[in-house]
Design a protein around this ligand. Structure first.
Ligand code: ANZ
Length: 800
């Protein structure tokens, strides 16, 4: 008996795969391509975490299986390497971020190689490589030329203590992630990308892709398309109106007050007239400290100030109603003003309760107020709408409003344009130049990339401008149009830029003339299967769909959508059921598992630990269990005897296992696939001997999960070539059940055919099956059947 020694085996095969470029993919128009993709990591200083290998192994399993099925698989990996942690680490330790990045990548890569993923390493991309970010800049310029990139005064998160603008991700509970100071909003001129122009298509085209339902729902919800109308409310005694956006114009008879957001321009316009303006100003100051999220999603305790000095008139019943200022109304949505219907909107209801405003029901559902379900009740207290269902009332109200010139039907989106500037060093410079005479001018394409200057210091500046703004040689340039002195943009792109198109670069990573050649794009597009974290659904996944659609519109890519299929994995929690984190001391380092148990055990455990799409809890016990299982498989060699067929006693289970494992791998049900393989192992053990063919099929099925060990066993058994060159086993439909058997059919005492039958099939079924057999048909057609003898589970004898 040879002992299972994973460390030696794994090193040996990894070296071989590397040396021989076993998993290299090249364009081959005669072969079907398969392009699986996992989200490339941010190479942090901490190295790989056991969470990383879960999705990488999952698609590695699929990739390896598809190769054995004859597909040309291109499974790439790269580095999403711009970003704050690297920059902060670099500042703290006085090492250049480029150097930090290089070291981190080297560490990540070594760790990945030790787990044996079948990546095509010749296609590695790195978003911080100037040859890569040249194209991120190029795409930005195309967007600018098509009116999709523009500069705008926007409010940024500002930490008054660190004196720096923060990305949304760096604001935790309204406080600066680094120093804990309350974050305020500061107006700054920022580059914006017009993702809203694609809002409809980003929703509608989801119908054409195979994304998990929860992913589609989350994107649709985030984009937040709603249909309603704008309605003008007259301001009493003034030649002025206040326009609201409402999705429920049918509830207009239930309006008991209006609300404007603290930033609404009407406040400043009438500050002379508003008697309590000082109070309102104080309220505005408070509102500045809150994020939109706190003001909407988390806003449990409603606050507000009633405006003393102006009031509105309900256009449908001419009633005078008060106007309030409250932060639950956002300036960034609709018109920044609402008509409040407390009986049917829960936010308005909470507010009306607190400030004692009238609550007028306009639907009678018999339930306690507020009733917000649009499908229930018929209209009351609503004049010409009375008696209608809400959907009919909504239609009629919009018609009425449009007819009387009081407003217009409108579609609104929650999605906002994308704030694309960061006042940071470690990002792609935005390739724009400002000329006094010509305004913003893109850097000529032949001058790309605009490289990050190599400087000794990249600390944030006291003014909140990007560190690049203090580098004279970088800032001062000439206008591409007139040649006069001009200044470069010093903001950089956000971390989401490089990841918005990386999947295209993998198709042709070294191309100097284009993002990728047309040939490569035509062959490899689209990504067939993209797996990634649920947390990226409304950020990266949406951003990259937007960029892709733009590239499609300008003729760069051949498909409307970048990804045909999208799935998401669940997070791995520590054994204490908490998210793994250094401070909790529950982090598991994959290196330790590889060293102590082997990469195949790590892979097997990560695939076996639970349902792939749900959270799973780490268990050392579970790891040991998987190691034991692999040892038992390794020792199966002792039972192998010659034989080119399946053992009779195993034939059915083997066929069942092939079917189950093949299907489960494709459906991300790795745990049940492995469980089935474990069952088969037990059957083999209890049988005491197995044929070479039994064993060959077994290790082929297990290969995608435990590639090193199975490859080694293949070699030990002297099967032909290498396992990665064999073909995936197929199963025999007729041999999936113990209950079926090959029933001989006799005609006048001579066996003329055999048909697959259930052992307890009825006489009628047995005859029917026999009659369907062509050979039998020829013996009985046109003849009189005299007698039928049927012995269930044995034989059918027909006498003609
Ligand atoms: C009256 C009404 C009655 C409303 C009712 C809802 C229910 P969605 O569906 O998410 O698009 N709204 C409009 N602008 C707003 C803003 N800037 N800040 C906060 N809330 C705002 O939401 C549209 C509804 O949200 C609108 O319809 C409006 O309240 C409110 F029974 O108008 B509704």
């Amino acid at each position: 008996m040879v002992e299972y020694n994973p460390n030696a085996i794994e090193k040996k095969w990894q070296k071989k795969w590397d040396d021989e470029k076993t998993f290299k993919s090249e364009i081959d128009n005669n072969k079907k391509k398969f392009y699986p993709l996992v989200e490339f990591p941010y190479p942090s200083g901490q190295g790989l975490h056991v969470g990383h290998p879960r999705p990488y192994t999952a698609l590695d399993v699929v990739a390896r299986k598809r190769r054995l099925e004859g597909e040309n698989v291109m499974y790439p990996m790269g580095w999403d390497a711009f970003g704050l942690p690297t920059e902060n680490y670099a500042i703290k330790n006085k090492i250049h971020p480029a150097k930090v990045t290089e070291d981190n990548i080297a560490h990540f890569k070594e760790q990945m190689k030790s787990i044996g993923f079948s990546f095509d390493w010749d296609r590695e991309v790195n978003t911080t490589d100037p040859d890569y970010y040249k194209w991120s800049q190029w795409i930005f310029i195309q967007m600018y030329k098509h009116g999709l990139a523009y500069k705008n005064e926007m409010s940024v998160n500002w930490c008054p203590s660190c004196q720096v603008g923060l990305a949304n991700e760096e604001v935790v509970d309204g406080k600066c992630e680094r120093c804990g100071t309350e974050v305020v909003h500061k107006m700054k001129n920022q580059w914006m990308l017009k993702i809203t122009e694609y809002a409809d298509r980003l929703i509608d085209d989801l119908e054409e892709v195979d994304f998990e339902e929860r992913i589609k729902a989350s994107q649709i919800n985030w984009i937040g398309r709603s249909h309603g109308c704008d309605v003008d409310f007259k301001i009493k005694d003034l030649d002025e109106k206040l326009t609201v956006y409402t999705t429920r114009p049918d509830t207009i008879f239930g309006v008991s007050y209006m609300v404007v957001s603290p930033e609404h321009p009407i406040l400043d316009k009438y500050k002379e007239r508003i008697k309590n303006f000082t109070e309102i100003e104080a309220y505005q100051e408070e509102a500045k400290k809150k994020s939109d999220f706190e003001r909407s999603e988390l806003n449990k305790d409603k606050t507000g100030v009633m405006i003393d000095g102006i009031s509105a008139i309900n256009p449908l019943n001419d009633k005078e109603i008060p106007i309030w200022v409250s932060d639950y109304v956002l300036m960034t949505y609709g018109t920044g003003a609402i008509m409040a219907v407390p009986a049917h909107d829960s936010r308005d209801f909470e507010f009306a309760k607190k400030f004692d405003m009238p609550i007028i029901p306009v639907y009678d559902t018999g339930e306690e107020l507020p009733t917000t379900d649009i499908n229930k009740g018929e209209a009351i207290n609503s004049d010409f709408l009375n008696g209608l269902s809400a959907s009919d009332a909504k239609k009629k109200a919009i018609e009425y409003v449009e007819e009387k010139g009081l407003g217009k039907a409108k579609t609104n989106f929650k999605l906002r344009d994308w704030v694309f500037s960061r006042q940071r060093y470690w990002g792609e410079p935005i390739p724009m130049i400002y000329c006094e005479e010509h305004g913003w001018v893109p850097v000529p394409e032949e001058e790309l990339p605009v490289k990050l200057p190599d400087v000794p210091s990249y600390e944030p500046t006291a003014t909140g401008e990007s560190p690049l703004s203090e580098i004279e040689e970088f800032v001062n340039t000439t206008c591409p149009i007139c040649g006069k002195p001009a200044k470069r943009e010093t903001d950089t792109m956000p971390q989401w830029a490089g990841s918005s198109w990386y999947y295209l670069r993998y198709m042709d990573p070294n191309n100097k003339e284009a993002i990728a050649s047309k040939e490569a794009l035509d062959y490899y597009s689209p990504v067939d299967w993209y797996n990634g974290g649920m947390e990226h659904t409304t950020l990266h996944l949406l951003y990259s769909r937007f960029w892709h659609k733009f590239l499609y519109d300008i003729g760069v890519v051949p498909t409307k959508e970048p990804y045909k299929k999208r799935t998401s994995h669940g997070m791995i929690l520590g054994s204490d059921h908490q998210k793994m984190s250094k401070s909790r001391g529950n982090v598991i380092n994959p290196d330790d598992i590889v060293r102590d148990y082997g990469a195949d055990t790590l892979r097997c455990y990560e695939m076996f630990m639970g349902d792939f799409s749900s959270m799973a809890i780490w268990s050392d016990e579970g790891v040991r269990g998987c190691r034991k299982y692999l040892e038992r498989v390794f020792n199966l060699t002792d039972l192998v005897v010659d034989g080119e067929e399946y053992s009779k006693d195993l034939e059915v289970v083997i066929n069942q296992t092939i079917k189950k494992v093949s299907e489960d791998y494709e459906n991300l049900k790795f745990n049940t696939a492995i469980a089935k393989l474990m069952t088969l192992l037990n059957e083999m053990k209890s049988l005491g001997k197995i044929t070479k063919k039994d064993f060959k099929t077994y290790i082929t099925l297990l290969n995608p999960v435990a590639p090193h060990m199975t490859e080694e066993l293949w070699e030990m058994m002297s099967y032909e070539g290498e396992l990665n060159q064999t073909t995936w086993p197929s199963y025999d439909e007729d041999k999936l059940s113990f209950d079926s058997f090959e029933m001989p059919v006799q005609i006048n005492g001579k066996v003329r055919a055999t048909v697959m039958m259930d052992k307890d099939a009825s006489k009628e079924d047995a005859i029917k099956s026999a009659q369907e057999d062509n050979n039998i048909k020829s013996y009985i057609e046109g003849k009189e059947i005299r007698k039928i003898i049927y012995v269930p589970g044995k034989i059918l004898n027909i006498v003609v």
